[in-house]
Design a protein around this ligand. Structure first.
Ligand code: ZN
Length: 697
């Protein structure tokens, strides 16, 4: 590139404008690398100065480093976000080109001996004079230096750095394979009969898609809402089986796109690198390494916890499945379970997710959800137009205190579309900082994959979708209501990963409360809220198949934890073997041999949940127990909400997660609140006991 052009690009590079919200639509793939290079170069120069300061202090070293942390995250966040929600060949290439730069920078920083010494000096000399938040920050930082191999001999340090870089690349590759495999498959349908049972919205969209491609009939894509709708509602066994197979074999050696984006080798490589990283630091395995920053302390503690839940839920799960086969009148395959479960639920409770959709238009759900948050935490949430977004469907909201003090803002990208990663998540766009160098308010991305609106009706949500939205919004509150001034421990940063799902799962509870249902529902034609009897029946479904769903989550969690704890270089990852062993222990529903769910298990192979999927269950115990405190004082009790905000929600990583919980609850967490919430604290129905349904809870 010619120097003149380079200069122009730099001056106009939207990623370098950090005094406003990201200009998403101006960000081009060619901006990415120059912006990142410039920021990292400037950071490195500054770090060089800081590392050689004679008498390091919190103000002279730590604060400036927190500022650099903020700058880096602010430059990179829009890039990694766009890569997830608006993926393109060009952006993907730029993103991948930057991974080595970013990874090398992060490792160099984390392995810097002079900085490590400076932090320890500050902790020793200044520690007693600092506040608890600052002391916690120093403790975190010193721990993280150690976990990045700061004290290692040079050769091992170098190997650590290379392994981290390779991991970043392998994880990106994993995600790309899943996205490509998902995008590649669709199901053309020419016989209307095959669509029987599916909702009209989905059928209408499938017809439009076919028309756009000048194809006859309908085209069903493999996006998440379509997959879920097909396996739950389609009467055609062929269609259900085809979707189940396509979905559970994505990026693998099996199924309709077998071998084209196979993640099997990528997964092996990821496990090998993670194990190596752990060994370099003298941890026996990656699981033990990961626990160094968690609430749980040992491999046995986590496995014991998961087995305890399995023992408690097994009887209920087996009884539920036996009952479901009775109901269907035949043996069930994996792709039948959702379908018959829906029918049984409908027969028993007269509620169906699809029939609930008209009652949950997204605008109504949002305004009800906001009211709950506003009431509990004394905030105001208002939509603002005119803010730069990345897609016309995206909306932007501001959150402020009751007195009008701005607290932060968030984007909502609600609908499924091509080139967008499936699932739902909250991520940091901008983190809160309050430093002598300046102040920034937190900004969050809330991303979901709901069925989009039609031409003449709003997006209509199932109640499952509503729960998902409350979940992500709970994460959002954690990020947005933080009062911590230092980016490295504000919001969800620095929070023990097995406690990070506490606010999200806590907030889900509100999506099930009658008074909330009253406010978030309103038929999109008549505006009428969900009738009281239907509401009661919906609430009754909450513990429906709780045993089965618990066992399924435990299957994921045990698989994840065991592959990381048991890895041995001489025999490799044993991915499928471990999966088989875990299934023989906890699976209640028969799973076909060709199911390859690990190959698309992005949480653990591409995201932050490696050896951490158990966190959902771990934090669910905290969430259920915390919500029980609300139930004791009234779920809308503002004094309790204030205590929750002050002890947990606003504190980020600035204090120990267990201590925070104990402050709020007055005691340590108790697993019984969760079992009670799921209705599996009782023994399994008597008629199944004789069949050896497993040990009692
Ligand atoms: Zn979550």
């Amino acid at each position: 590139m010619a120097p003149a052009m380079e200069r122009d690009l730099r001056m106009d590079n939207p990623l370098l404008h950090q005094d406003s919200l990201p200009q998403f639509m101006s960000i081009r793939p060619e901006h990415v690398e120059p912006a990142l290079r410039q920021v990292l170069d400037a950071n490195r120069a500054r770090i060089g100065e800081l590392a050689t300061l004679g008498a390091p202090t919190f103000a002279s070293v730590v604060e400036p480093l927190e500022e650099l942390h903020h700058r880096t995250s602010r430059t990179w966040s829009p890039v990694s976000h766009l890569n997830a929600v608006l993926n393109s060949e060009g952006l993907r290439a730029s993103y991948n080109a930057c991974l080595p730069l970013l990874s090398a920078y992060q490792t160099d920083l984390a392995q810097s001996e002079p900085l490590y010494r400076a932090y320890r000096t500050i902790a020793e000399r200044e520690g007693a004079a600092l506040g608890p938040v600052q002391r916690e920050l120093l403790e975190h930082a010193v721990r993280d230096f150690r976990l990045a191999g700061v004290g290692l001999p040079l050769e091992r340090k170098e190997r650590f750095k290379t392994a981290m870089l390779e991991l970043a690349q392998l994880q990106a590759r994993f995600e790309e394979n899943v996205l490509d495999a998902t995008n590649a498959w669709s199901r053309p349908v020419t016989d209307r009969d095959e669509l029987r049972g599916l909702n009209e919205m989905l059928i209408e969209q499938a017809r439009t898609r076919a028309a756009e491609q000048q194809a006859p009939g309908w085209i069903l894509r493999l996006d998440q809402p379509t997959y879920v709708a097909v396996v739950t509602d389609a009467e055609s066994v062929d269609l259900r089986r085809a979707f189940y197979e396509a979905w559970t074999t994505r990026a693998s050696d099996r199924g309709p796109t077998a071998g084209r984006w196979d993640n099997s080798a990528v997964m092996e490589e990821i496990l090998r690198r993670r194990h190596e990283v752990a060994r370099l630091l003298d941890y026996p395995n990656y699981a033990q390494y990961a626990l160094a920053t968690r609430m749980a302390h040992s491999v046995d503690e986590v496995l014991g916890f998961l087995h305890e839940l399995a023992a408690a839920a097994r009887g209920a799960a087996q009884a539920e499945f036996a009952e479901l086969e009775d109901f269907a009148g035949r043996k069930l395959a994996a792709w039948d379970v959702g379908f018959y479960a829906e029918r049984l639920q409908r027969e028993r409770f007269h509620v169906s997710q699809e029939e609930l959709r008209p009652y949950f238009p997204l605008p109504r759900v949002l305004s009800g959800l906001f009211e709950v948050a506003e009431w509990l935490f004394g905030v105001r949430i208002r939509e603002r137009s005119g803010t730069p977004i990345w897609h016309p469907d995206v909306r932007f909201f501001e959150i402020s205190s009751a007195a009008g003090e701005p607290l932060g803002s968030f984007y909502l990208d609600a609908y499924a579309r091509a080139n967008k990663r499936s699932g739902a998540w909250m991520d940091e766009c901008i983190g809160r900082k309050h430093l002598s160098s300046g102040t920034a308010l937190p900004v969050a991305y809330l991303v979901c994959n709901f069925l989009p609106p039609g031409r003449e009706r709003p997006a209509l949500l199932t109640h499952d979708d509503v729960v998902t939205l409350f979940h992500e919004f709970g994460h959002g509150l954690h990020h947005l209501l933080t009062r911590v001034d230092y980016p490295s421990i504000a919001g969800i940063n620095g929070v023990a990963w097995d406690a990070v799902e506490l606010p999200s799962q806590f907030f889900e509870n509100y999506a099930w409360h009658p008074q909330v249902l009253e406010r978030i529902s309103g038929h999109f034609d008549s505006g009428a809220p969900l009738p009281a009897d239907q509401q009661q029946r919906l609430i009754a479904t909450r513990s429906f198949h709780a045993g089965l769903s618990m066992m399924r989550q435990l299957e994921f969690a045990l698989f994840d934890f065991r592959v990381h704890a048991e890895y041995a270089p001489e025999r490799g990852g044993r991915i499928l073997e471990t999966l088989r062993e875990v299934r023989s222990e906890v699976a209640v529903v028969p799973v076909p041999e060709w199911n390859r769910f690990p190959n698309s298990f992005g949480h653990i192979f591409a995201g932050g949940y490696a050896a951490g999927y158990y966190s959902y269950k771990w934090a669910e115990v905290l969430a259920a127990d915390a919500f029980a405190a609300f139930e004791e004082s009234g779920v809308f009790d503002r004094a309790t909400a204030r205590r929750f905000l002050e002890a947990i929600l606003s504190r980020g990583g600035s204090r120990d997660a267990l201590e925070a919980f104990v402050e709020f609850r007055g005691r340590r967490p108790d697993v019984r609140a969760l079992l009670k919430q799921h209705g599996i604290d009782r023994a399994a129905p008597k008629q199944y006991d004789a069949e050896g349904a497993g040990e009692p809870a």
